[in-house]
Ligand binder design. Structure first.
Ligand code: AMP
Ligand code: MG
Length: 351
């Protein structure tokens, strides 16, 4: 994992949450206490801030819920359900829990909706690039051509009545790295709301879930990272009851022969998406969808992503391009303020 690239967005994404030396007074006009914890799970740093009298207990519940999901969904947990599914590729269907089934179904559906730009079966290609290993490298064209037929979502057969899933071809494997944190955000958000929490901020490795408003009644402010500056941000977006998720090539990458290769793969080519975007931030009520769409729209590139947004009403987006543009969709434009003069700002409209 590239800590150098991961941590700044973790910090930046929750700049106004955890402070990191810049804590803002977020407790005005309230007696509700802030309870905060940081942990490492799902291969990333997570920070939870909960405003509730039972905050300490709720922090424990939050961490337990994350660990429960991690045990099922992570490929780094040896006998996780996803590893069992992958090990039985080409052999037999595997019985799965409700959560794993729900996430596979959501992943497959979002794969179809995004015309295969989002692909939870991309794992063989991600592995070929070494993104799951210490040593990363550019795979040969032959290897990619051999592996790409193993990434087709039609070959992931999900049987809801039986609670089973089956990868039909040997060598197939599922990788939930592009969606699992979003799903975990949704689970924890539902859990906390069910226990009466009206104000909380979760950061799962930069996947932000803002629950309710800040205790002072204001909206939460979330920083959108500057892909060109580890510690900087391009602007602030004000949200309540919303997930804010960013995907970008700057988050995890390596260099070979002077060229940079990042971790978000275009399933059409097997190569890292390379279409002029530096990052895509999605704002959506559903964390699962926000997570999948940030990855998918990054793969699509600006033009196609804008078109996709125009045809959907359940999310907003902020695109940052290699040309130094920040482009917000009109539904979020009023809540976004650009804070960095190096970028040119514009708004994309439906009409
Ligand atoms: P994210 O940071 O949410 O954009 O997810 C990126 C991670 O998802 C990568 O590290 C891979 O594990 C996986 N991934 C890479 N490319 C894709 C893709 N096209 N669709 C789904 N998951 C992907
Ligand atoms: Mg994602």
């Amino acid at each position: 994992m590239n800590w150098k690239k991961l941590i700044p967005w973790g910090i930046c994404g929750c700049l106004l949450l955890s402070g990191c030396g810049q804590r803002l007074p977020v407790q005005e006009n309230t007696n509700t206490e802030r309870h905060e914890a940081t942990t490492f799970a799902m291969d990333t740093i997570m920070t939870f801030a909960i405003y509730h009298d039972d905050g300490e207990e709720l922090l424990i519940d939050t961490e337990q819920e994350i660990r429960r999901l991690e045990q099922m969904l992570s490929v780094t947990v040896e006998d996780s359900e996803i590893n069992q599914l992958n090990e039985n590729a080409g052999k037999e269907p595997v019985k799965l829990s409700e959560d794993t089934m729900a996430l596979l179904e959501a992943g497959k559906e979002l794969g179809k909706e995004t015309e295969h730009c989002f692909d939870i079966a991309i794992s063989p290609v991600v592995k070929a690039w070494g993104f799951t290993e210490e040593e990363k490298h550019v795979p040969s064209q032959e290897e990619l051509e051999r592996l790409l037929p193993l990434t087709h979502l039609e070959d992931l057969v999900i049987d809801g009545t039986d609670s089973t899933a089956y990868l039909q071809k040997e060598g197939m494997a599922v990788d939930l790295g592009g969606i699992a944190k979003g799903y975990a955000s949704d689970s924890v958000t539902a859990l906390l709301k069910g226990k009466g929490v009206e104000s909380a901020m979760l950061s799962l490795g930069g996947n932000i879930s803002a629950i309710g408003h800040k205790p002072d009644g204001e909206k939460w402010k979330v920083a959108v990272a500057n892909p060109l500056d580890d510690n900087g941000y391009v602007g602030l977006v004000q949200v309540s009851d919303c997930n804010v998720v960013t995907s970008g090539g700057y988050q995890r990458y390596f260099e070979e022969n002077g060229k940079t290769y990042h971790h978000i793969i275009n399933p059409a080519t097997g190569y890292p998406a390379d279409n002029g975007l530096l990052s895509v931030t999605i704002l959506c009520k559903s964390g699962t969808k926000a997570d999948a769409l940030s990855t998918a729209l990054f793969v699509m590139g600006l033009e196609r992503a804008e078109e996709y947004w125009k045809n959907h009403t359940d999310f907003e987006a902020i695109f940052i391009t290699e040309k130094g543009e920040v482009i917000a969709t009109e539904g979020i434009a009023e809540s976004f303020t650009l804070e960095n003069d190096d970028f040119a700002y514009s708004v994309v409209k439906r009409g």
